[in-house]
Design a protein around this ligand. Structure first.
Ligand SMILES: Nc1nc2c(c(=O)[nH]1)N[C@H]1C(S)=C(S)[C@@H](COP(=O)(O)O)O[C@H]1N2
Ligand SMILES: [Mo]
Length: 413
């Protein structure tokens, strides 16, 4: 059992939290158990965000690149056609609990504090962070609710939360300083076990309860392993919507771990927890205990780089898409254009490293105009294949089923 594994970690901390050993900051067990019953009401009952003058998202959101969902913007998959391996920042999805804050890098400070440090508190300026040795890697950021809309539209089930199609995912090249470097500079005690990064965006209120700043705990072992405090995305300073001046990147873990607009990190010698561990990002519903199951790592998914219900032409063409898995690289992708009766293997395009995605292509030659359903089904290196049905949970996380993608084929005139 390794705390590097999100499920193991969550299970252990949750038990500690129930036993009163983990600091849940004001969350009561009674409150949590109500959630089992009320999970459906949870995210759906979000009050409209206080309208910031500039709107919740700063960057342009042209309708050909994004679907809008309240404070969030979803990448349209047709906007990934003809793009390279990385998702360009101008079309990367945005998931904001409230609004993108405006932060001045010169006056910004990162504060580390808590019982896991030798000193009471240590602060870093933006300049100081940028002077520390840097690391660059490519990593997926994917919302745990990506694909949620298909629980309803494809499986006829009621879920709460943003009804994303498959566009709440992106891969970027992140550059920054390793959290391990920052922790060592700050003076990490050997008995430190948990860290809790917290955002500088507004506190979040849901169901009439102010849950405070967006934050989610992770174990020090994961923090020392591969977590990055990123200040660049695809070779440019982080855009405001993606966490300027500094965000957390947690490879393999669900999107909520990647705290944007990082302001404070609690480092603790005792277990830490937040509502983003106990109340959200858990699996609730029939078949799950009242207190929910810890969420697993992200699941295997595939998407065509084609618009939803797009119009295509008869004749020779190439269908392109991407598949990804948090378990490791993608081994195979199969595509069906005939309602799942037959499947043909797709050809891999370019690299498909662990922690990223695999681009693929398959030729198609529809002769007859009409309505078609495209399906793509990936299998990862561990042999995990996308199922026909995703396992239902009320908050609609981890949709992994093969998606039935409708297109209309018209005759070329
Ligand atoms: N401070 C802060 N960090 C945050 C969030 C947020 O609302 N506030 N949203 C989280 C969620 S749920 C996801 S999926 C990712 C999305 O990252 P992106 O907006 O850069 O795509 O950021 C995470 N980090
Ligand atoms: Mo998310």
């Amino acid at each position: 059992m390794s705390l590097l594994d999100e499920t193991t970690y969550d299970r252990i901390r949750f038990d500690q939290w129930l036993a009163g050993e983990a600091d849940g900051r004001g969350l009561s067990r009674r409150h949590l158990l109500q959630l089992g019953a009320a999970a459906l009401a949870g995210a759906a009952a979000l009050p409209a965000p206080a309208a910031a003058a500039a709107g919740p998202i700063v960057k342009p959101l042209p309708p050909e690149l994004f679907y809008l969902h309240g404070t969030n913007a979803e990448t349209r998959w047709e906007a990934m056609a003809d793009q390279g391996y990385l998702t360009p920042a101008d079309r990367f999805f945005v998931r904001n609990h409230t609004s993108t804050p405006t932060i001045d890098a010169d006056s910004w400070r990162l504060e580390l504090f808590g019982s896991g440090l030798h000193k009471q508190s240590v602060t870093f300026t933006y300049r100081q962070l940028r002077r520390l040795p840097s690391t660059t890697y490519d990593a997926v950021v994917e919302c745990a609710g990506n694909g949620r809309g298909f629980y309803t539209t494809q499986q006829g089930q009621t879920v709460s939360g943003t009804p994303w199609k498959l566009g709440a995912v992106g891969v970027a090249r992140w550059r920054g300083v390793r959290l391990s470097t920052v922790l060592h500079h700050a003076g990490l005690r050997h008995d430190a076990i948990d860290i809790l990064p917290e955002g500088l965006d507004d506190q979040w209120t849901t169901g009439g309860v102010n849950l405070g700043h967006v934050r989610r705990a992770l174990p020090v072992v994961k923090g020392l392993h591969d977590v990055l405090l990123a200040y660049e995305m695809n070779g440019e300073p982080l855009p405001p919507d993606h966490g300027f001046p500094v965000r957390v990147v947690v490879p393999g873990w669900i999107g909520i771990s990647a705290i944007k607009w990082l302001g404070r990190i609690e480092v603790s010698a005792t277990p830490l927890f937040s509502p983003w561990n106990t109340q959200f990002y858990r699996l609730f519903g029939p078949g799950y205990p009242a207190e929910g199951e810890p969420i697993n790592r992200q699941v295997v998914k595939s998407a065509f780089e084609i618009g939803w219900a797009a119009t295509l032409s008869t004749g020779h063409q190439v269908l392109r898409g991407r598949s990804w898995s948090a378990n490791g690289p993608i081994r195979t992708v199969e595509v069906s254009t005939d309602g799942g009766a037959t499947w043909q293997p797709a050809t891999k395009v370019g690299p498909g490293p662990a922690g990223g995605w695999q681009r693929w292509a398959v030729p198609w030659n529809p002769v007859t105009p009409g309505e078609y359903i495209l399906r793509a089904r990936a299998t990862d290196v561990h042999g995990v294949t996308q199922p026909d049905q995703a396992a239902y949970n009320t908050l609609g996380y981890l949709f992994d089923a093969v998606v039935a993608h409708p297109v209309t084929v018209v005759a070329v005139s």
